[in-house]
Ligand binder design. Structure first.
Ligand SMILES: Cc1cc2nc3c(=O)[nH]c(=O)nc-3n(C[C@H](O)[C@H](O)[C@H](O)COP(=O)(O)OP(=O)(O)OC[C@H]3O[C@@H](n4cnc5c(N)ncnc54)[C@H](O)[C@@H]3O)c2cc1C
Length: 482
């Protein structure tokens, strides 16, 4: 449908004006309760992070720290130990946040967990650098030597300190390469390999903590705390990033069954396997897929389910973006596929309101398509707007139109380029016709708004939703850029 104005795509635009039905109200209350439970769990997660850092410092002070505050050198040394403990604690929390623990994913979503992981990166690095600096200064004051001589003398203390320096160097490399401006210069896979060095950094720092730091002294609570934190962080990684995906992959034995070109540069890949409903995927979720062919085995991609799995099949829809996805469009049938996931809370479960509004652009339709299929929608409950800059971008629109028809949803399409000199998610034509979110979706304020599409475009929809006064808890965005 080549039009540049938001207009009904299906003739049936059932509006449920007037009072909401009893079931609608009950369902909305249940959603609100679920939301509050998730919000409490998310708060608890934040509190636990702070408690963990506070505990690491308090335990040190309780066992040995206070005795060091008797001289300027001792004071600075103790400050150095405290920054080291707080920094190590943050790094272990960062590993935990990136370990894809199901509870964390279900509570705040993997994207928010990773956002917090990223936020902690710089403070952790500064604390570790401060640790090295303060200890060197503290010891040099106590020993009456200068900082350079003190640094050289550290190397005489054995391999453990050398490893600690290597650890700091690795950490520095990991954080610097994660800064957006620097990261842009690396292929995703190269950056990912460098990032994995953070595990090595934590492990190489461990010997000096044992031999010099003394935090694992026998019979102390401090020992129990640190062993517990290390075991939890590395245990979570071993279980959720390695064991669970391997078991799931072997259990479901997926292979590429069919590749269907649905538009220039876009394919739907159907995978066949065993007992696939047991993946427990919800509509709107994604998984990290690895295709075991000669040209693709070394890169895995996060891709949303574009249809709900049946017992035997799963479907994803992929748009060629870079070299990796371009190779996926040319996979051979029979290629073995491994899976990590499903992950994400861009699902019906995240809703808090009686109505559902979705706006999707380009390949952003994929999670929306599966979410609409999975959600048990009442007639007229959903409103859908599909956006493309030209007719070639109507990926899966027909399927979504069919779901809209079956559920009596209001469906709109908006085709046409954005205006050149005005930031908006709308087409120039829609803008000229004074189309707004509120004019298109009369139930906007009683809706959860789900947005998926290119980053800059999605940010414009988000800005409009906020301007319209939609509360944050009713806005859900799936971002394809990480
Ligand atoms: C939650 C989520 C769901 C997605 N769902 C879909 C979908 O249904 N259909 C679809 O076509 N695309 C989807 N994407 C986008 C898709 O993952 C990227 O387009 C693809 O990984 C790009 O790889 P490339 O090698 O072709 O491009 P590159 O040029 O290597 O990368 C382009 C961009 O993709 C990012 N990227 C590459 N590999 C990964 C990776 N393993 N993990 C995270 N980011 C990566 C890079 O950081 C870069 O920003 C999704 C992304 C996310 C995060």
């Amino acid at each position: 449908m080549a039009t540049s104005t938001a207009h009904p795509r299906t003739s049936k635009r059932a509006r449920q004006d007037g009072p909401l039905s009893r079931e609608t109200v009950i369902a909305a209350r249940q959603r609100a309760r679920n939301y509050r439970a998730r919000a409490r769990a998310a708060d608890l997660m934040g509190i636990l992070c702070w408690v963990s850092v506070a505990l690491s410092v308090s335990l040190y002070l309780a066992y040995s720290g206070s005795s060091q505050f008797t001289s300027p050198g001792g004071f600075i040394t103790a400050a150095g130990i405290i920054t080291g403990l707080a920094g190590t604690d943050l790094i272990l929390l960062m590993l935990l946040l990136a370990a894809r623990v199901p509870w964390i994913d279900k509570t705040v979503g993997q994207d928010r967990a990773i956002a917090l992981h990223k936020k902690l990166g710089k403070p952790a690095l500064y604390l570790i650098l401060g640790h090295g600096l303060l200890l060197t200064v503290g010891y040099s004051i106590t020993d009456g030597s200068n900082v350079i001589a003190e640094t050289i003398s550290f190397f005489g203390l054995g391999n453990d300190l050398l490893l600690a320096y290597i650890s700091t160097g690795l950490l520095l490399g990991v954080v610097v390469t994660s800064v957006v401006a620097v990261r842009r210069h690396f292929a995703y896979e190269a950056w990912h390999v460098i990032h994995l060095l953070s595990y090595v950094a934590v492990l190489t720092a461990l010997p000096h903590q044992l031999s010099i730091g003394g935090v694992l002294a026998d019979g102390t609570l401090q020992r129990i705390y640190w062993i517990g934190l290390y075991v939890t962080a590395f245990g979570a990684i071993a279980v959720f990033r390695f064991a669970v995906p391997i078991i799931r992959t072997l259990r479901h034995r997926m292979r590429v069954e069919r590749i269907e070109k649905i538009a220039p540069g876009v394919v739907s890949i159907q995978l066949a396997g065993a007992d696939l409903r047991r993946l427990g995927a919800e509509g709107g979720q994604y998984a990290i897929w690895r295709f075991w062919s000669r040209r693709t085995w070394w890169h895995a991609h996060p891709i949303s389910f574009s249809a709900m799995p049946t017992d035997r099949t799963v479907r994803i829809t992929v748009r060629e973006l870079g070299r990796g996805t371009s190779r996926l469009t040319r996979l051979r049938t029979g290629t073995f596929v491994s899976i990590e996931g499903p992950y994400g809370i861009f699902t019906d479960q995240a809703r808090t309101s009686p109505y559902l509004t979705v706006i999707a652009a380009g390949i952003g339709v994929t999670p929306i398509r599966a979410m609409l299929e999975h959600a048990k929608l009442r007639p007229g409950e959903a409103s859908i707007l599909l956006r493309g800059s030209d007719g070639s971008q109507q990926y899966l629109w027909q399927e979504i139109g069919q779901i809209a028809k079956n559920t009596n949803a209001s469906a709109f399409s908006m085709l046409g380029p954005r205006p050149r000199n005005y930031p908006t998610w709308m087409s120039a034509h829609a803008l000229a016709n004074n189309i707004t979110l509120e004019s298109t979706f009369p139930h906007l304020h009683e809706s959860d708004l789900f947005i998926c599409g290119p980053a800059a475009w999605a940010n414009e929809v988000l800005a409009d939703a906020r301007d319209a006064g939609l509360p944050e808890k009713q806005i859900h965005i799936e971002r394809f850029d990480t």
